[in-house]
Design a binder for this molecule. Sequence first.
Ligand code: FMN
Length: 159
Amino acid sequence: MKDLVVYYSFEGNTRQAAEIIAERLHADILQLDTVKELPKNKMKYFIGGMQAALGVCAKLKPIAIDPEQYDRIILGTPVWAGKAAPAINTFLKSYNVKNKITALFTLSGGGDNERCVRYLEKKLVNLRTTVALADRNYPCASENDRKLNAFMEELINGK
Ligand SMILES: Cc1cc2nc3c(=O)[nH]c(=O)nc-3n(C[C@H](O)[C@H](O)[C@H](O)COP(=O)(O)O)c2cc1C
């Protein structure tokens, strides 16, 4: 089975998790990059939060591989305003992959992903496994390794 880990990351937390997952699964990895970046200051919360809340599709930089060629896709996103980052909306709209995405990992400040999973579940009909990881700057990030191991076990057994 050919696996692909697809993710967007603004500040590196989702990237770190994506790299661990891809390495352990021997999967290919695809980082989504937006043409316009958010500002690095506090305005990022306002602009990014607003875009995510409205379900905006951010313009993506060109993608070198064809995600539709993979059997299974593991999707990763930071939680923005309780939803997925706008790059994820664009990815789901641009490619016919919704039925291939069976697993989702989310990174958030509080380590909670319930709203984001509910939001994505409406689009992802075959979603079976999710894990909510916390930003490395938050105390609950100490749970990340344990949660990630359980997530990986489900992915490997689900092959
Ligand atoms: C625009 C924006 C909105 C965010 N909204 C939320 C939120 O609703 N809930 C939450 O727990 N964390 C929120 N965060 C924090 C991020 O989810 C968290 O820092 C995550 O680890 C970032 O992942 P990244 O480093 O891969 O970008 C937000 C961060 C940004 C930049």
